[in-house]
Design a protein. Structure first.
Lengths: 81, 249
C-alpha cells in the first residue's frame, strides 16, 4: 500500500471524529489532530484502534502516545504494514 | 517506566513533609470546610468504616476514580474517607492527586499547600513528555502502596453528569501498568450541585458512594486500555444512575 493510500484512509478515519469539516485538500502531513482538526484528545485511542482495524496492524500504548499529527499516524502505519 | 532517582527522592520528601505538617494544614482545611463552607458529608462514619473495610480486604494498590464537579473534590474526598488521626497513623492513605497546574500553582500559598497535600501538578494539553512524567510518578506511587486519585473525565463535567465524550482512556493505561490494581470508584456530589462550579455551594451536604472493582480485560494493547477504562466509566455511570434514582430524578 502506498503512502498516499494510507494518507487518504487516515483522513477518512479522522473525518469521523473531527468536530470541523474536513476536506482532504486542506489536510497535510503536518496537520495537528488535536489542534487543527479539533479532535478531543480522549478520542485518540479510538482513532488508533480504527487504524489497527483498517490496516490490520497492532499498535502499543507508547506508539499510540506518539501520534500527534496526521503524518505521525501515517508514518506509524507505514512502519507497521 | 523510567522515573529518575531525583523524582523518586522528591516524592519521598514531599510525602514526609506533608505528613509532618499535616496536623497544621489538615485541621485548618477541615476547619475551613466546616466553618466557611458549612459542608457536611452524609453518613460520614459509615463511609469511613466502609473504606477501612475495603482497604483491609483488598490489599494492593488503590487507584481512586471519581466523577468531578468542583475544584476541591479531592479535598472533600480525602476528608470523607478517613479522619485526621487515621491519616496521621498512615499518611499513605492520604491520596495523591494530579491537579491541573494552571488551577492551583499561580501563587505561593496554593502552591505550597498543594505540595504538602500530595499533589503532582499536571499540564493538561502540555507536552506529552511532561504529562507522561506526571503519570509515571502516579504509577510509581501506586506500586509503592500509596493511594492516588484521578478524575478520568479530565476536567469538571460541564453538563453536571458523567461525560463519556471527555472520559480519557489514560486511566486504563494506568491500571494496566500497576499489577493487581484495585480501582475505588467514587460517586460524590453535593445535594445542591446541579452543575460544575469552582467550589461547592455553601452548606452543601455531600452524598458519597464507593465501589471497589478490579478491572481486567481479555484483550491486549490499546483495546485492553479502552476496555479497562470503559469498565470504570460503566461503574461510575451505574452509581450516578443510582444517585439520581434515589433522589427521585
Amino acid at each position: 500500500m502506498s503512502k498516499e493510500d494510507v494518507f487518504s484512509k487516515v483522513v477518512d478515519i479522522l473525518g469521523k471524529y473531527s468536530k470541523t469539516e474536513i476536506s482532504a485538500d486542506s489536510i497535510t502531513m503536518e496537520t495537528s489532530i488535536l489542534d487543527d482538526l479539533k479532535i478531543n484528545s480522549a478520542r485518540l485511542v479510538d482513532i488508533v484502534l480504527d487504524f489497527e482495524d483498517a490496516f490490520d496492524i497492532e499498535v502499543d500504548d507508547d506508539d499510540a502516545d506518539s501520534v500527534a499529527t496526521v503524518g505521525d499516524g501515517v508514518n506509524l502505519i507505514m512502519a507497521k504494514i | 517506566m523510567t522515573l529518575r532517582f531525583r523524582d523518586k527522592l522528591g516524592l519521598r520528601i514531599q510525602h514526609m513533609a506533608g505528613w509532618m505538617t499535616f496536623p497544621f494544614w489538615g485541621t485548618t482545611i477541615i476547619g475551613l470546610l466546616h466553618i466557611v463552607g458549612r459542608y457536611k458529608v452524609s453518613e460520614l462514619r459509615e463511609i469511613r468504616r466502609h473504606f477501612r473495610t475495603l482497604q483491609k480486604s483488598n490489599p494492593g494498590p488503590i487507584l481512586v476514580c471519581s466523577n468531578h464537579l468542583t475544584k476541591i473534590d479531592s479535598v472533600i474526598l480525602n476528608w470523607s474517607l478517613a479522619s485526621v488521626w487515621s491519616y496521621m497513623r498512615s499518611f499513605k492513605i492520604f491520596s495523591w492527586n494530579l491537579p491541573e497546574r494552571a488551577n492551583f500553582y499561580h501563587n505561593y500559598l496554593t502552591r505550597s499547600l498543594c505540595y504538602l497535600a500530595s499533589c503532582i501538578p499536571i499540564d493538561r494539553g502540555g507536552s506529552r513528555d511532561a504529562v507522561k512524567r506526571s503519570l509515571d510518578k502516579a504509577i510509581y506511587l501506586l506500586k509503592k502502596g500509596h493511594m492516588v486519585t484521578i478524575f478520568p473525565e479530565g476536567g469538571r463535567s460541564r453538563s453536571g453528569r458523567l461525560n463519556k465524550e471527555q472520559f480519557t482512556y489514560g486511566v486504563g493505561q494506568l491500571v494496566k501498568k500497576v499489577k493487581d490494581c484495585n480501582v475505588l470508584c467514587i460517586y460524590m456530589r453535593g445535594h445542591n450541585q446541579d452543575s460544575y462550579s469552582s467550589i461547592p455551594h455553601r452548606g452543601a451536604r455531600f452524598h458519597l458512594r464507593m465501589e471497589l472493582i478490579k478491572p481486567d480485560s481479555v484483550h491486549s494493547g490499546l483495546r485492553a486500555t479502552r476496555d479497562v477504562a470503559n469498565q470504570i466509566f460503566d461503574q461510575l455511570t451505574l452509581m450516578e444512575q443510582a444517585y439520581f434514582a434515589s433522589a427521585g430524578q
